[in-house]
Design a protein around this ligand. Structure first.
Ligand SMILES: [Zn+2]
Ligand SMILES: [Zn+2]
Length: 301
């Protein structure tokens, strides 16, 4: 018998466990996506407004200086205890400057009806803003501040996106809870099935706050890890690019967006353009597992 050459395929380059936000393009791409999704949509005006918000986030992020990261002892402690290194409860004060910049930008193009809210934010006391941020992040908004919270959320996203990009993947570790961001501990807004060389067809959860992503297996509930009782629901409008993964084991759901169906999908913009899908699965008795901070009403569900 002739010895045969071994058909050796070197292992494919390992897929990254974490994808950190690309600060130069993330919010600009999202702004474009909101504008595209607004076309012919019943919520076109609101989606276009969120496009302006994303554009203002992009501008604020480009002019934001480096921020102080947690010190070495805090980072080491987080690693030892399996905790995320960033804590949204300990926000850098710079987030309030970002808020003023975003509110000022939006004021230039906002309809007259939106100006009182923006003017209110521009003169709000620091502790008032901090209290609003706390209530936003805890999912306990007050009824009279809902209009302000999208702007508060936008500012916090900019600051935590910058912090996540500065921190780098070396400080991150996979956490026991799938649906919690390994970078800042916030819940995931949705997951993305990605296209691309080492990440093709892999699923990444997307952080509602810092825009980091982390790899999770497909066909497993991101809330309770069950693989027994999952189903995918969709509405015709999204052409298969957005689905809700419902779990009968824990009665929760989270959306999945598919780059294969549309490479421009964005977990935050496409989520908000498919509120009809939330209504469908809410009515069927499933609770949404993570908030979209630009629409805090989804968190209150
Ligand atoms: Zn995060
Ligand atoms: Zn579940």
């Amino acid at each position: 018998m002739q010895p045969q050459a071994i058909d050796f395929h070197p292992p494919a380059e390992e897929a990254p466990a974490f994808l950190l936000p690309v600060t130069t393009s993330l919010f600009a791409d999202r702004a474009e996506r909101f504008v595209a999704l607004a076309e012919g949509h019943s919520l076109a005006e609101w989606l276009r407004f969120l496009g302006h918000v994303s554009q203002a986030q992009h501008a604020a992020l480009q002019s934001l200086a480096e921020l102080p990261l947690p010190d070495a002892a805090t980072l080491a402690q987080a690693r030892t205890h399996g905790m995320p290194p960033l804590d949204p409860g300990k926000r850098p004060a710079a987030w309030r400057d970002v808020l003023l910049q975003i509110a000022g930008d939006l004021r230039l193009q906002a309809p007259a009806s939106a100006r009182p809210v923006l003017d209110g934010l521009l003169v709000a006391a620091d502790d008032c803003l901090e209290n609003m941020a706390d209530r936003l992040l805890q999912g306990e908004p007050q009824a009279d501040e809902l209009a302000s919270l999208a702007v508060v959320a936008a500012a916090l996203q900019v600051v935590y996106t910058r912090l996540a990009s500065q921190l780098g993947a070396a400080h991150l570790q996979t956490l026991d809870a799938h649906n919690v961001c390994p970078c800042c501990g916030s819940p995931a807004v949705a997951s993305v099935v990605r296209l691309g060389a080492t990440i093709n067809n892999l699923r990444y959860l997307h952080c509602s706050l810092c825009n980091s992503e982390w790899n999770v297996p497909r066909a497993v509930c991101t809330s309770c890890n069950s693989d027994k009782a999952l189903a995918l629901q969709e509405i015709a409008d999204s052409k298969g690019a957005v689905r809700a993964e419902t779990c009968d084991a824990c009665k929760s759901y989270l959306k999945i967006v598919y780059q294969e169906k549309d490479p421009r999908v964005d977990p935050i913009a496409d989520d908000l353009a498919t509120l009809a899908l939330d209504l469908l699965v809410d009515e069927a008795g499933y609770l949404r597992a993570g908030p979209n901070l630009l629409l805090i009403g989804a968190n209150a569900a």
